[in-house]
Ligand binder design. Structure first.
Ligand code: GDP
Ligand code: GDP
Length: 498
């Protein structure tokens, strides 16, 4: 796969000549390969550091019926359908012909990037075609001479953004493949749990857990977006991690949450050797507390100095869906805390900030305000992160933790139907138009939810590479507001399918 560029234009403007120049003599005979369609030539083109596929529509004159429509249908439509970007050639010396104008009318109605190339321009500025071509309504005109190799750098400038965009798209596709693989690994993890779960675990009340459905199933890409989880709380197991600096109060919180009725499992197959997990349930909802430093210390009594390694924390975050970051209220939000919070969001997990030792704080309002300000400035990308304050020691305020976990997990898993998304996209882009880039307004055409956990969206967009960060942020904030998704990371992937 690579970027596909089509060369389009009436006969005799120099399409083959340009094709040969871009592909190089030796490779120009690709059309002789069996299986390659007769009416189009394909080649691998090189231009500077770029390489792309080039589709030539030349050499078909004989095959046409006489009508212009017939010609366009046969010669150009298929090539144009296939390409990411088209070069529309005219003959600068001969000037425009009615056929060129017909081509231009046709191209203007398509929504694909097209660049007008005035060929056979060998430095004579009075070439009539060059100026007439501006009247085609297809934007700027690049003068070149395919035969003499002049102006080829202009082609480079025109194609480079598309090439970069294409590479970005590839990168995103690969990233999705990796994420899918990671989810598949997570699914394997659950499978291995099922082995452990064979006899069932006793929960707090001494009841046996039913063997749960593997929740990753609903993550499967229902591209049509019909599956709506919103409002209907599923009963899948929530993987929860409690992280934070040493002495934040993680062990104390665990004891508060679980009492003495904990069931510790682990080492877990599929996780690292000394990973630990605790299975329990909250109001009937199965919860797996994944490896936390608090648990770890309980296991290794003599390990006095608890180190907080980034690698360890990252590993824990990756196995969790919801992460509670515990802060010590008497010593809030230092650099390490911010680093953990950032990792949680970058990994796409749902984050809750829990401020512990609230009993020891005197100016509660002041401390809370300072904390919220810091969070809002540090994590604009996940506005509305839930912040709880409690005392793990006395248990005061800890009641709100689990309901918050459940709510956030729901939001994190949310699916929004495609129809709603597209209505939203239309209204949102009208309210604040995307910018105009080299004379053309970027168009955001349609939108679909790529996956949940975290909510991730594809938007089909012209000139995706040119859409400013600030506009993407506007969209993300809008989604968060309008679909009520505070606190979770939201991702937008721009796609240019044309
Ligand atoms: P196609 O029918 O569009 O594929 O056009 P060709 O590539 O076959 O070119 C048609 C004619 O224009 C040939 O005689 C070429 O040599 C000539 N030609 C192509 N490019 C240039 C150019 O840059 N300058 C000049 N002067 N002639 C060119
Ligand atoms: P961990 O290292 O994060 O697991 O922290 P611990 O749970 O071991 O707690 C560290 C210290 O903070 C212990 O001395 C706890 O008694 C104390 N602590 C934990 N929670 C609270 C709280 O809510 N209030 C107060 N005042 N102290 C607490």
């Amino acid at each position: 796969m690579s970027l596909k560029v089509a060369i389009i234009g009436r006969p005799n403007v120099g399409k083959s000549t340009l094709f040969n120049r871009l592909v190089g003599k030796k490779l120009a005979l690709v059309d002789d390969q069996p299986g390659v369609t007769r009416d189009r030539r394909y080649g691998k083109a090189r231009l500077g550091d770029m390489s792309f596929d080039i589709i030539d529509t030349a050499g078909l004159e004989e095959a046409f019926d006489d009508s212009v429509e017939g010609m366009m249908r046969q010669q150009s439509e298929k090539a144009f359908e296939e390409c990411d970007v088209a070069l529309f050639l005219i003959d600068a010396r001969a000037g425009l012909t009615p056929l060129d104008n017909h081509f231009a009318d046709w191209l203007r109605k398509r929504h694909k990037p097209v660049y007008v190339i005035a060929n056979k321009h060998e430095g004579k500025d009075q070439d009539p075609g060059l100026y007439e071509a501006y009247g085609l309504g297809l934007g700027d005109v690049a003068p070149i001479s395919a035969e003499h190799g002049l102006g080829i750098e202009l082609l480079y400038d025109l194609l480079e953004p598309h090439w970069k965009e294409w590479k970005d798209r590839e990168r995103v596709a690969k990233q999705h493949a990796r994420e899918a693989a990671a989810e598949a690994a997570g699914l394997e993890d659950d499978d291995s749990d099922d082995l452990i779960d064979e006899d069932g675990f006793a929960d707090d009340e001494g009841e046996v857990f039913p063997s749960f459905e593997i929740e990753f199933d609903e993550d499967d890409e229902d591209e049509d977006g019909e599956l709506i989880v919103e409002g209907s709380r599923d009963n899948s197991k929530i993987q929860l991690a409690i992280v934070g600096r040493p002495n934040a109060g993680k062990s104390t919180l665990l004891n508060q949450l679980l009492g003495e009725n904990r069931v510790m499992t682990g080492p877990q197959a599929g996780l690292t050797r000394d990973s630990i997990a605790v299975d329990w349930s909250y109001e009937g909802r199965p919860i797996r507390l994944v490896d936390t430093a608090g648990m770890r210390r309980k296991k290794k009594i003599d390990d006095r100095v608890e180190r907080l390694s980034v690698a360890d924390t990252l590993r824990v975050i990756r196995y969790a869906q919801v992460v509670v970051l515990m802060l010590d209220a008497t010593n809030t939000l230092d650099k390490q805390d911010l680093t953990i919070a950032r990792m949680v969001l970058e990994e796409g997990r749902a984050l809750i900030i829990a401020v512990n030792k609230w009993d020891a704080v005197r100016d509660k309002a002041e401390v809370m305000q300072a904390l919220r300000d810091k969070l809002d400035t540090s994590f604009a990308q996940a506005k509305g992160i839930p912040v709880l304050a409690f005392s793990a020691l006395t248990g005061r305020g800890t009641d709100s933790l689990m309901p918050t976990v459940l709510d956030l997990h729901d939001i994190w898993s949310r699916r929004i139907p495609t129809s709603q998304l597209n209505r939203w996209l239309e209204a949102t882009t009208e309210r604040h138009l995307p910018p105009v880039i080299s004379g053309r307004r970027i168009r955001l055409r349609y939108m679909t939810q790529a996956k949940s956990r975290p909510p991730s969206f594809f938007i089909n967009c012209s000139k995706a590479a040119e859409l400013p960060e600030s506009y993407t942020r506007y969209l993300i904030n809008g989604l968060r507001e309008d679909f009520d998704m505070p606190g979770v990371p939201i991702r937008i992937y721009l796609r240019s399918s044309d």
